[in-house]
Design a protein around this ligand. Structure first.
Ligand code: UDP
Length: 234
């Protein structure tokens, strides 16, 4: 395996599959199966899960919800997603812990960096939920911070698209996919891969990012085996 410890960032939006909102059971199951495959191959897997399938702080502003309140609602959505993902992974027999950046001890463990690393060493899948625990951030930034903190080998961002393009491939048929871009290029060209905060953190700490299509089964394993899929940001 090229990567022995990975931070997998899964967007909340992907959990909804073709729906606009909520969950698609097939997507949850497909992610869980792929994560089991990684686990079975001895890869330590930490996950940061988004919340876009339920709520984003920015969208709350449309109905007069204050941004910081909306962001807190968004972070709570990521905890729901973490619990859903945990359920699907554990059904396949893989021990999994949900850790929250907003304390909720009756529901899940609080985030403690050294404990998270211990879980990984013991072969448990770790799901980081509630992002950074602070409003005005995204789960991409949470993913970058946690990847750096746990010394992951790579930040693998699983999305619905198979990499980074020069323009939106859904809207433009002539969009060209990059196989590799630099952090600066991604920031300056505003390539919409991750927000600038997440990219800057990764740049400063030399954390490579791979953006890939997580909905195609088998891709997660290919990625850790070092097969060239998606787009690498480094
Ligand atoms: N959020 C936040 N702080 C964080 C992470 C997330 O306030 O550190 C809120 C924010 O409102 C965000 C929402 O939680 O829009 C859901 O996360 P995100 O949009 O990153 O999810 P994804 O796009 O991955 O589905």
């Amino acid at each position: 395996m090229k990567y022995k410890r990975i931070l997998l960032k899964l967007s909340g939006e992907a959990l909804a599959g073709k729906k606009e909102f909520g969950y698609d059971e097939d997507v949850l199951l497909s992610f869980a199966k792929q994560i089991k495959e990684l686990h079975d191959n001895g890869v330590q897997v930490a996950i940061v899960i988004g919340g876009g399938n339920i709520f984003r702080g920015l969208s709350g502003q449309q109905y007069g919800v204050d941004r910081a309140t909306g962001d807190t609602m968004g972070m709570l959505a990521t905890i729901m997603n973490g619990l859903a993902m945990q359920n699907f992974i554990e059904v396949l027999g893989i021990p999994t812990r949900v850790l929250t950046s907003i304390s909720m001890p009756e529901v899940a463990e609080p985030y403690i960096r050294r404990r998270a690393i211990r879980h990984l060493e013991k072969g448990r899948v770790v799901i980081f939920s509630a992002g950074t625990g602070m409003p005005y951030f995204t789960t991409d930034s949470g993913g970058a911070i946690r990847a750096i903190e746990i010394h992951a080998d790579v930040l693998a961002k699983g999305t619905k698209v198979d990499g980074i393009y020069d323009k939106d491939p859904v809207k433009y048929s002539d969009a060209v996919k990059y196989s590799e871009v630099s952090y600066d290029e991604a920031i300056v060209k505003n390539l919409k891969v991750m927000d600038a905060t997440a990219l800057s953190l990764c740049k400063e700490n030399s954390m490579p990012i791979i953006v890939f299509d997580a909905l195609t089964e088998g891709n997660m394993l290919k990625l850790v085996q070092g097969e060239k899929i998606g787009t690498v940001v480094k």
